[in-house]
Design a protein around this ligand. Structure first.
Ligand SMILES: *Cc1c(COP(=O)(O)O)cnc(C)c1O
Length: 376
């Protein structure tokens, strides 16, 4: 009945493909033990301080949250030593991405520029808005050619998205290159720097300021940064992301955002998570060490592993096994990874760094599948 009246932008959408869930796979394959290394979640779960805070605040959930999330904004401004008037919150950074497209780009006139492949929300939310999306393929080694990206920009380009470190490859461009890109964009074109994985970027002895313009206090006037509490802080299920926007855009953002999209418990969880420096350090160490272990293990098994500064690795299985077969084989053995067909990379697999036991299981099952010469 509604087939003919649903907006054409919506009718032509392919559904977003999320990582498969543990329950789904347990049921489908009749498995007792299933591990998920598909959605770049925190391998240590959630901070005990957060759990305690969620319990303590359970009896406040009959209240509406305060408009504009003032406590959250204040805490983050202090934590990041940045101006509170530039900070916005969203129901995941997904909401911030969607909001930025809706705030700036006019359907049928403006365009949005990003790489291919990239995080799927940038093109999808643009298409939903009826906004043209222009995409520059990444280089064959998955690095970025900013000159070519810039060649797609014209006077109707409202947003350029850059993910650093990138998903799904783990590539991290040099901050000075990102800064140079911002300098060459028209003043009224917003560079969105998606730093969902930035906390994982620094090698031992480095700091985030070596990789993040925001962290080195050097964010260009026409750029914004988005960060999420879903990955390193382990709050994916509570849905909370933050943006640091040019001040005038932040003010428009708060006018246009749904009033209560960040809920009371998410806000309390962030306040508690910021207090737990120990859990955070342990997370970063676990990911850094796990990244080494998995890189070494996969390489020994004949896989081609892309160097990654994020909490996941993208790799090509050896010639005797396709990504599709390895993905299916791992699923049947209770290990969920991410097949990258939805990123137009059908030959590749992305695996999130797990905890010690998960990493060991993943390598063991991968070895078993590769040694039996493919699918089972
Ligand atoms: C996971 C991810 C996000 C966001 O997640 P939210 O859970 O919506 O905060 C944003 N950008 C990239 C590139 C991601 O991989």
């Amino acid at each position: 009945m509604f087939e003919n009246v649903v907006r054409p932008e919506i009718r032509s959408l392919k559904p977003y493909v999320p990582g498969r869930s543990i329950d789904e796979i347990r049921e489908e394959y009749g498995l007792e033990c299933v591990v998920k290394m598909a959605s770049n979640e925190n391998p240590l779960g959630v901070s005990p301080l957060v759990k305690e805070a969620l319990g303590r605040h359970a009896d406040t959930v009959f209240r509406y949250p305060a408009g504009g999330n003032p406590r959250l904004v204040k805490a983050l401004a202090e934590h990041w030593q940045t101006d509170a008037s530039r900070i916005v919150g969203g129901n995941g950074s997904d909401e911030i991405i969607d909001m930025l497209v809706r705030m700036l780009a006019v359907a049928g006139r403006d365009n949005v520029v990003c790489f291919r492949p990239c995080f799927s929300l940038y093109p999808i939310q643009s298409l939903i808005q009826g906004v043209e999306i222009r995409r520059q393929p990444v280089n064959t080694d998955f690095s970025f050619d900013f000159d070519k990206l810039l060649a797609l920009v014209d006077e109707n380009t409202r947003l350029v998205f850059v993910t650093t470190p990138d998903n799904p490859s783990g590539y991290c461009p040099k901050p000075d290159e990102v800064k140079a890109l911002a300098a060459r964009l028209p003043r009224d074109c917003l560079l969105v720097i998606d730093e969902a994985y930035m906390d994982f970027a620094p090698a031992p002895g480095e700091s985030e300021a070596d990789w993040s313009l925001f962290k080195r206090g050097d964010l260009p006037a026409n750029a914004c940064v988005i960060r999420t509490f879903s990955k390193s802080y382990g709050l994916a299920g509570l849905r909370i992301g933050v943006g640091i926007l040019p001040e005038e855009l932040a003010s428009y953002y708060w006018r246009a955002r749904l009033p209560f999209s960040v809920n009371i418990l998410a806000e309390e969880a962030v306040l508690a998570a910021l207090e737990d420096a120990e859990f955070r350090e342990l997370t970063l160490t676990t990911v850094r060490e796990g990244r080494e272990v998995l890189t070494r293990g996969l390489t020994e098994l004949g896989c081609t592993v892309m160097p990654s500064r994020a909490n996941f690795l993208m790799f090509l299985p050896p010639a005797q096994c396709t990504a599709k077969d390895l993905y299916a084989g791992l699923l049947a053995r209770g290990v969920i990874v991410r097949a990258l067909a939805s990123y137009d990379l059908p030959a590749w697999i992305r695996v999130s760094i797990g905890n010690t036991a998960e990493n060991r299981l993943f390598l063991k099952e991968t070895a078993a599948i590769l040694n039996e010469g493919g699918a089972r």
